[in-house]
Design a protein around this ligand. Structure first.
Ligand SMILES: *[C@@H]1O[C@H](CO)[C@@H](O)[C@H](O)[C@H]1NC(C)=O
Ligand SMILES: *[C@@H]1O[C@H](CO)[C@@H](O)[C@H](O)[C@H]1NC(C)=O
Length: 284
């Protein structure tokens, strides 16, 4: 007999799986340069081959940079997957493919563009930005306040403090109780530049998000975020930009699909058990 725990475990795993999957594809921000290139130009075909290279490379590496040289049609680009997405599982490539396709429809004809999903970042431009530190604030948004005396705030401070530690790598995760934090730089920054970028992001997170239940600060080359038990509901946030109802709908859909998958698994499991029970009975 299988213990009930196994069934519960299967259901929970399928739910958790869908939650994290939904988060990977969630749109954070996107932007395009003002200048446009001519349709059918060499630059256009260079951009297309650059973006295709991103997707191909992402099944091998979680970060890469590309340069297509040229006097008039040079193009530069990089992609960076979140540290918990692996390339061997295909998660990184799936995210990059999604980001590239969204960037393509957002920045039609633009000389440069950047797009951040929760799971990955992609950027291209006609001027090189590779290895150049850039602390421009792109997104800064905070949840509603939790109150200055709460335990959650103490945990938040310890999580954010952990993210700021100078011995941290390119990708940092902090957990305290039910408060989670994550920070990452793009792979083209040196350790020193990454630390400097993250200190700027974390400083803003502390200053701007005060006692907020969650906070996100995305700079051009790094980001730092934290969220608590209430999750990361953008519905009750302020100071936001790049909100997207589609993403909420996608998330809900993903949860429903997850639930259906879980229930289907249960049904299959039970019918399998019923069959093997029959077989045991028949054998007697
Ligand atoms: C990028 O393209 C814009 C618009 O065509 C142009 O003004 C700018 O000089 C270009 N930059 C470089 C580095 O080629
Ligand atoms: C870009 O990629 C090349 C080879 O893949 C690597 O040697 C170089 O260090 C990278 N540059 C940056 C700025 O990441």
């Amino acid at each position: 007999m299988f213990p009930t725990k196994t069934i519960l475990f299967i259901a929970v795993v399928s739910l958790v799986g869908t939650f994290s999957l939904a988060a990977v594809d969630t749109f954070v921000y996107g932007g395009c340069s003002q200048p446009k290139y001519f349709p059918g130009s060499l630059y256009e075909s260079n951009v297309n081959s650059l973006l295709t290279s991103f997707v191909n490379s992402a099944s091998l590496y979680t970060y890469n940079n590309f340069t297509i040289p040229g006097d008039i049609a040079a193009v530069y680009g990089l992609y960076q997957c979140r540290g918990d997405l692996s390339s061997s599982s295909g998660d990184c490539a799936r995210c990059v493919a999604r980001a590239v396709s969204r960037l393509g429809s957002l920045c039609v004809g633009a000389c440069g563009g950047a797009l951040q999903l929760e799971g990955c970042f992609v950027k291209y431009d006609n001027a090189t930005f590779l290895g150049v530190e850039d602390k421009t604030v792109v997104v800064r948004r905070c949840g509603s306040p939790v109150g200055y005396n709460s335990d959650e705030l103490t945990r938040r401070d310890s999580v954010v403090g952990y993210l700021a530690a100078s011995n941290g790598g390119n990708y940092r995760v902090g957990v305290s109780g039910e408060v989670y934090g994550v920070a990452q730089c793009t792979g083209d920054l040196s350790a020193t530049e990454c630390q400097d970028c993250l200190m700027e992001a974390i400083g803003r997170l502390r200053l701007d998000c005060g006692a907020a239940a969650w906070g996100d600060v995305y700079l051009a080359k790094c980001y730092a975020r934290y969220w608590g038990r209430g999750g990361h509901s953008r519905a009750n946030g302020y100071g936001g930009n790049g909100r997207n109802n589609d993403d909420e709908i996608e998330k809900t859909l993903a949860i429903i699909v997850g639930l259906i998958a879980g229930v289907t698994l249960l049904v299959v499991f039970f019918s399998f058990m019923a069959k093997s029970c029959d077989r045991v009975k028949g054998g007697k």
